[in-house]
Design a protein. Structure first.
Lengths: 292, 390
């Protein structure tokens, strides 16, 4: 029972991070209609920036710089590349982001060489004991930051004019434009938010509390595990992404403990396949409608 | 786009790319141009067959690896270009084909299973097994479409990683692997230099023989793919790609068409997997999901071949494979001989051939999507049109 509780608590921290990444996918998908395969490279670039600047600037300033870089990079990808290919279909746009991802990932991997540095977050590797439970402080900070950020984002979407324009644009792009909503600004803002979320997530993902290795290709692969989170909930459902994130975190933790350690990631994808067979557009995703 | 106005005369049906769309020729007539392209094809074949007589074995290996990619890319271009299904699952079916071949043709020992079948039979079995694996994915491939499917197929890579390590009796495991069974036809080994074989005064070693074997595999794949594209199943796939609802109204069983495209494409991937083990001489499971012979890296590389070549074009898939798989190996061979390359690639954080290639194909994907969605195939078509219209 203690193991189970322990796993659930750990899964909460991981789930919050997956939810952040999945929200990034969903926000971008709602604004642009593209599944952003370059998310993993945003993680890598953010993590690399924080790692490089940690020594000269200190951790806190390095994090700020990392966020600026991931946010700016996301907006750059949208403005310079995605916005230019308006007539391309969703699949072509997904391919475009794969191309961007390959280039960015190789560049960071080249700069890192054989290093796989951990980020030295102040809370890393500290343990809090509650009864029999040993909670990694990093997991707790991740969970709290995740809940706060996601909550803030939901409030923004619900109550600000940007949120209203986001929702209007997701409903009907042309009608929103006719009502005076600037599509370009709304879209760029969506990519910015997604980039920032990725920038926050990597601060936790590249610490010893979360993964066996520091910033490396396996950090990049973590973004791929967040895909199922977005897909399970439905690619255009914000609530679905949050649920999906925690579901993926829990699945990973339980499968890794109770079935086999190396089965954890496969289990996540198998759960996703099961959901897709029953509901081809995820749990809360809207169905595609075909006109003849 | 000037080629939109070009007459469809003389284009073969393999050039069906998602856009611009062309009408298929009502009846195939042998025009002067088609005789010309037939002649060019025959000349090209003679040149390809003459290559081992002149090139060294290290260079032959570059071409052979490009052909591995070509077979996988031909399969994927049918699925993605003609049926409109984006798949990242190619490496999984390559793994299935490769393990099936190693198991069917290999010998048993204390910790490996093997049936010791004749290699030709094992090869056919491997292709059949990987097609069946593709068919087994039908509940997902038939129902799920578009972007959702691309992530669904990604799951196959993860499942393959786990199964590959677990079933080391079949795959050889991630640590030691198992030897790839020699490919022999009528007692003559085509993947080793056993038995003397001399063609036109040139001794045929392992690489020379493998070149001819792989050329045969590639040509058979291309011919089969062109056959599928130009006939009933190909038309059904394109109808489903363009509009599933109207395809259904025309009497196409949408889920069945999607599943069949998946199964066919998996068969090609299975063959490419067998070629991979023959090329390496060893069958081995991957250690992680992002680099290795059956990894996400390969999934993206094969996808890159298909996009750069032009979605749906068989010839383009081959051209894309030569670039994505051939280029890094060729660069590797050039490095010791070209001082400028040597200084670029060496040292801390050097631009290794793999990095340069990834930059090149990543960049090319972006350029192709933005500026030339038809890829190399569309560029080639336009060039031919300009030459022909003189």
């Amino acid at each position: 029972m203690t193991t189970f509780l322990q796993l659930t608590v750990n899964a909460g921290g991981r789930g919050a991070l997956y939810a952040m990444l999945a929200l990034g996918f969903v926000i971008i998908f709602r604004a642009t209609g593209v599944l952003n395969f370059a998310h993993g490279s945003l993680l890598l670039v953010g993590g690399y920036t924080v790692y490089r600047l940690s020594d000269p600037l200190g951790f806190a300033m390095a994090v700020v710089a990392g966020l600026l870089v991931t946010g700016a990079l996301a907006v750059l990808i949208e403005r310079a590349l995605v916005a230019r290919s308006k007539n391309a279909d969703p699949i072509a746009l997904a391919l475009l982001t794969i191309g961007v991802d390959v280039v960015l990932t190789e560049e960071v991997a080249r700069r890192l060489g054989t290093e796989t540095p951990f980020l030295r977050a102040p809370w890393a590797q500290e343990v809090i004991r509650v009864g029999d439970l040993a909670i990694l402080q990093g997991q707790l900070v991740a969970l709290v930051s995740g809940v706060v950020l996601i909550g803030a984002l939901l409030l923004l979407l619900r109550f600000t004019s940007w949120g209203l324009s986001m929702r209007a644009q997701a409903e009907n792009r042309e009608a929103a434009a006719l009502m005076g909503i600037r599509n370009a600004q709304v879209t760029a803002a969506a990519w910015l938010v997604a980039g920032l979320l990725a920038g926050v997530a990597v601060i936790f993902l590249a610490t010893p509390d979360f993964s066996g290795s520091g910033i490396s290709r396996s950090t990049h692969a973590l973004a791929l595990v967040a895909f199922p989170a977005a897909i399970i909930g439905g690619l255009d459902s914000v609530g679905g992404a949050i649920l999906g994130g925690f579901l993926v975190g829990l699945t990973e933790a339980y499968a890794g403990e109770y079935i086999a350690f190396d089965f954890a990631k496969s289990a996540v994808f198998i759960v996703m396949l099961a959901v897709l067979v029953i509901r081809p557009s995820g749990l809360f995703g809207s169905k595609e409608v075909h006109r003849v | 786009m000037s080629d939109l106005a070009a007459p469809a005369r003389g284009t073969s049906s393999d050039e069906q790319s998602p856009r611009p769309r062309r009408r298929e020729p009502v009846a195939r007539r042998r025009t002067t141009r088609s005789w010309f392209s037939l002649g060019a094809g025959a000349l090209g074949l003679v040149l390809i067959l003459a290559v081992p007589l002149y090139l060294e074995a290290t260079w032959l290996r570059v071409g052979e690896y490009a052909m591995v990619g070509a077979v996988a890319a031909i399969g994927l271009t049918l699925l993605t270009g003609h049926c409109g299904q984006l798949s990242l699952g190619t490496p999984f079916f390559m793994l299935v084909g490769a393990s099936a071949y190693a198991t069917l043709a290999g010998e048993s020992d204390s910790d490996l299973w093997g049936l010791g079948l004749p290699p030709v039979l094992a090869l056919l079995g491997a292709v059949a097994v990987s097609s069946l694996a593709g068919l087994a994915f039908a509940p997902v491939a038939g129902r799920v479409s578009g972007i959702y499917l691309s992530v669904a197929t990604l799951s196959l890579v993860y499942i393959g990683l786990f199964l590959g390590q677990r079933f080391s009796q079949l795959t050889g495991g991630a640590v030691s692997g198992r030897p790839a069974p020699d490919f022999t036809i009528a007692g003559l080994s085509l993947t080793s230099n056993e038995g003397d074989l001399v063609v036109l005064g040139v001794p045929m070693g392992a690489q020379e023989r493998m070149w001819y074997l792989f050329v045969a595999f590639t040509i058979v794949s291309a011919v089969l793919a062109l056959g599928a594209v130009g006939s009933r199943p190909g038309r059904a796939w394109r109808a489903v790609r363009d509009n599933p609802a109207s395809a259904a109204a025309m009497g196409v069983h949408v889920a069945r068409a999607r599943a069949s495209a998946f199964a066919v494409s998996s068969g090609f991937a299975g063959l490419a997997g067998v070629m991979t083990t023959l090329w390496f001489g060893i069958m081995k499971a991957d250690e992680n999901e992002f680099d290795g012979s059956w990894s996400i890296g390969i999934a993206i590389a094969v996808l890159a071949m298909v996009i750069i070549g032009g979605l749906g074009s068989v010839g383009g898939a081959v051209a894309g494979a030569i670039f994505v798989f051939g280029f890094p190996l060729a660069l590797q061979l050039l490095v010791p001989n070209v001082p400028a390359l040597a200084s670029l690639t060496q040292g801390e954080a050097g631009f290794t051939p793999a990095v340069l290639t990834a930059f090149a194909y990543g960049g090319l994907i972006v350029l192709v999507v933005i500026f030339e969605p038809g890829g190399l195939a569309a560029i080639g078509r336009r060039l031919r049109h300009h030459l022909g219209a003189r």
